[in-house]
Design a protein around this ligand. Structure first.
Ligand code: HT7
Ligand code: ZN
Length: 858
């Protein structure tokens, strides 16, 4: 497959002001008739032809200006038509088979209904069209089909007419807002709605619907409430008002990603719509709110202003992730949300940035754009914009975003347009900052604090590591929030922002009779790794006293990471090991007993660094050793702090169920206590977990208890897994949890368990949620995936080969875990590479998997 390069972008030679589509809907056969008005684009090079993209479809009829024509050629799957004049009407007819569409791109059948997924290049699987985001068109769509089978017919915009013809019925929809083809959507099926309304800041009433299968209606209220909160928040935080009289959300159970922001008709994975306390955890509730917000916010950051080309993906995704993060911060605990977001960045994006698939947030080339819906484009993209906000200050940043929305409304824009708007709106020089868009790799910041007279001298240095295709890097502006703590009083005299924009720099702070304790990168103000040699007692000090919650969390993490990295490296004497564990235990004890902490935050501080994050600190790591050391530390903390942990458990257990922060925090710390107990006293933990499971009146407690039991041996494991399955059999989202819990468990038999689960009657490769619940959970479980005999790698290799012909996008997402081979000890690395080579040799590999495998081997 050819490489597509950002620098080759050219405007499309034709405009398509008007698009009319007529769908005769059927599960096995849908006829699509399109009529496109095309006029020459005065801002592009003149061309005698127009290219209409297609993918696996054939045209049964082609007309130009009402006359059948043969003045076209096929170039691959695309139609290239010769057009003599400056304005024409093109009509094309295609026939497609949604039921056989297992890729879930274009028009497909899910659970007896029809739905679409067009981003990024799915529209071309429906009809021939200039399927690129810079071609904006106004759509009018007629849909017809059997009323009994598809009682509900939905499309973008407003429904303008309906009618019936015998057993069939039809609806005509018109979307007044010009949009790119990737935002087109259609849904037809037997659905019911939770209906409500929202009155916008200018007094316009908007009808809101959350459409689901009949039995799911009672689990839609949280989604509806989240939608209304999102609409209000976007008005208040960004001045953005909704722009249609109708907003529809539809939940589908077969979906490649989380959700899709189609104009006025968001299509969602059921996982991010359905939630009630019996079937969804607190984490699920938060995720529903976050994803509903994310898709809604796209209406401005993505739909009203879209992307010029797919290299600009972070323009809409990075900005929208930032917007959804800020929304969730405002809806719940801001510090806890910030810590969660940093944890996601570190576990998903940092490994990407330090591996063979590293790319800048605005990539320079791709073969398959679906492979670039990455944590780098999304999450690092959000961090880059967050840094601009930090440097500008909240109020001035808002002036920048206001200018961006004003200046580019109705356009297909670039990342450069965004940065320029912020620069002009805020009055900041972002010339050097633009490097964040073009350079890949996580910068490393070195820190040295010394003390001379009454001055503290902070020396900072930065390096941006080499990444594929980018051997040399330039220093970037890195905004670091710092505070210097006086040891005696435990206070600091104010937080400061230093922007490190050179390879090294020195900052002097006066008025310190004694050397202060440095707190740096507070709030995680920059997405960098900080390398500092800081005495353990200073980390203990910060873990107990830092007034910045993120910095407090970070000190606790550093304390544990530092100890574990040294332990894994075999450089610790017995005394050092004992001393390290004592310090960690003392810091943890302070956290367990700090009456001023709320339990949501206490839970964050109790979480041990993940195995992936520990591995990320080493050039080459041995997953087996990390697992052993991490479990040993967990066991030691569990036994040393048993009294404090059980006191915490007993207190938390008394708090009755609600969705309030206090009760959520209580549930969080209870399950964390169980995980420590499982390592230190498995028999006691099994007893406690079984009792928590039995008494649970909500999914958070039940799943937490079952998670712990699944990692242990014993009869309660079997009993409770069986009970859980029988209780929820038939509820796909909860059965997904049942698969995922077993695949992510610490049980020694996890590999065999996953093999057996792949043969379970409820397992299928045709449903992405089910595939992810078993295999993504397994690939993210170092204990199983890195099994010493390589069986974990073989299973993922087999999965990729089996899934690729069915759902290439989902298959390709399993390649990156194998692509980490260079950072793993040589024995395992050879076996990981072997799997990649086996996949690469397979005949007829999809473009998606081929690209990921070749980059991973390269
Ligand atoms: N913008 C949406 C991306 C998306 C997608 C991309 C490729 C294949 C399937 C997909 N489904 C949704 C989701 C979002 O970021 O909001
Ligand atoms: Zn998005």
């Amino acid at each position: 497959p050819p490489e597509i390069r950002r620098e080759d972008y050219r405007p499309f030679p034709w405009l398509v002001p008007d698009t009319r589509l007529d769908f005769e809907l059927g599960l096995d056969s849908t006829r699509v008739r399109s009529r496109l008005t095309v006029v020459r684009n005065a801002k592009a090079d003149k061309s005698p032809t127009i290219r209409l993209n297609g993918d696996g479809i054939t045209a049964t009829r082609v007309k130009v200006d009402g006359e059948p024509t043969s003045a076209f050629t096929m170039d691959g799957d695309d139609i290239v038509l010769t057009l003599p004049g400056d304005a024409h009407e093109i009509a094309i007819e295609t026939e497609i088979d949604p039921a056989s569409n297992s890729q879930l791109m274009g028009l497909y059948a899910s659970n007896g209904m029809l739905c679409t997924q067009c981003e990024s290049e799915g529209f071309r699987r429906i009809t021939f069209f200039p399927d690129r985001p810079d071609v904006l068109s106004t759509y009018t769509v007629r849909m017809s089909g059997p009323k009994a089978q598809f009682p509900i017919l939905l499309c973008n915009g407003n429904r303008v007419a309906t009618g019936e013809e015998g057993a069939d019925h039809w609806a005509e929809w018109h979307d007044p807002w010009p949009k790119p083809s990737y935002l087109f959507a259609l849904v037809a099926g037997d659905l019911v709605a939770n209906t409500d309304s929202f009155t916008t800041m200018n007094g316009r009433k908007v009808e809101l619907n959350v459409w689901v299968r009949e039995g799911d209606l009672e689990r839609t209220q949280h989604a509806m409430d989240s939608l209304k909160r999102s609409m209000k928040w976007d008005e208040e935080a960004f001045g953005r008002e909704y722009d249609l009289d109708l907003f529809n959300i539809v939940a589908v159970s077969d979906f490649n990603m989380g959700a899709m922001e189609n104009k006025g008709l968001n299509v969602f994975n059921t996982k991010y719509v359905l939630a009630d306390p019996d079937t969804a955890t607190d984490g699920d509730f938060d995720a529903v709110e976050g994803v509903i917000g994310h898709e809604y916010f796209h209406n401005w950051s993505g739909n009203r202003i879209t992307c010029r080309d797919w290299f600009q993906l972070s323009l809409k995704e990075g900005f929208t992730v930032l917007r959804d993060q800020l929304f969730s911060q405002d809806m719940g605990s801001a510090p806890v949300k910030r810590i969660e977001d940093v944890r996601i960045l570190r576990s998903a994006q940092f490994p990407e940035d330090s591996g063979p698939l590293a790319h800048p947030i605005r990539p320079d080339s791709y073969r398959e754009i679906s492979n670039f819906y990455t944590a780098t484009v999304y999450n690092k993209g959000a961090e880059v914009i967050r840094m601009m906000r930090t440097m500008a200050g909240e109020e001035r940043f808002r002036q920048g975003t206001d200018l961006y929305f004003d200046r580019h409304d109705g356009e297909a824009a670039t990342c450069e347009d965004f940065v320029k708007s912020i620069e002009d709106g805020v009055g900041l020089d972002l010339t050097q900052f633009r490097l964040w868009y073009s350079q890949a790799g996580t910068p490393k910041v070195t820190v040295d604090l010394s003390h001379e007279g009454d001055e503290a001298v902070l020396k900072l240095g930065q390096t941006v590591p080499e990444t594929p295709g980018q051997p040399l890097k330039q220093p970037m502006p890195i905004p670091l929030k710092v505070a210097l703590f006086d040891r005696a009083s435990g206070k600091h005299s104010g937080e400061q922002l230093v922007v490190l924009d050179k390879a090294s720099a020195e900052y002097r702070f006066q008025g310190f009779a004694e050397k202060p304790v440095l707190s740096i990168n507070r709030g995680f103000s920059a997405p960098v790794t900080v390398e500092r040699s800081i005495p353990r007692e200073e980390l203990v000090f910060l873990a107990a006293r830092d007034d910045d919650p993120f910095a407090r969390y970070e000190a606790m993490q550093d304390l544990m990471v530092g100890h574990l990295v040294a332990a894994v490296g075999g450089t610790l004497s017995d005394d050092e090991r004992r001393g390290g564990r004592e310090d960690i235990a003392e810091a943890m004890r302070a956290i367990l007993t700090d009456a001023k902490l709320d339990d949501l935050m206490r839970g964050e501080l109790m979480i041990m660094p993940s195995q992936t994050y520990i591995a990320e600190q080493m050039d080459v790591s041995d997953p087996g050793r990390i697992h052993t050391e991490r479990e040993a530390l967990k066991a030691e903390l569990g036994s040393r702090l048993s009294a404090e942990m059980h006191a915490l458990y007993d207190r938390a257990e008394k708090i009755p169920f609600s969705l309030e922060a206090e009760a959520k925090g209580a549930r969080k710390v209870k399950t964390l206590v169980l995980t420590y107990a499982a390592a230190s006293d498995p028999a006691k933990a099994a007893e406690l977990a079984a009792s928590q499971y039995e008494r649970a009146d909500n999914m958070t407690d039940r799943q937490g208890a079952l998670m712990v039991l699944t990692g242990l041996e014993g009869v309660e494991r079997t009993n409770k897994l069986l009970d859980f399955y029988n209780r929820y059999r038939g509820n796909a989202l909860v059965v997904d949890k049942w698969f995922a819990l077993q695949a992510s468990s610490l049980h020694p038999g996890v590999v065999e368990h996953v093999k057996a689960l792949a043969e379970h009657p409820d397992f299928t490769l045709r449903n992405p949620n089910r595939v992810r619940s078993l295999y993504m959970a397994f690939a993210a479980n170092p204990h199983g995936f890195h099994a010493p005999d390589g069986e974990g790698y073989r299973m993922i290799g087999d999965l990729i080969l089996a899934l690729d012909p069915i759902n290439a996008q989902t298959a390709a997402r399993f390649v990156p875990p194998l692509g980490r081979w260079r950072r793993i000890e040589p024995g395992r690395a050879a076996m990981m590479r072997e799997q990649l080579e086996r996949i690469a040799e397979a005949p007829k590999l999809s473009r998606d998997t081929f690209e990921q495998v070749t980059r991973s081997l390269g």
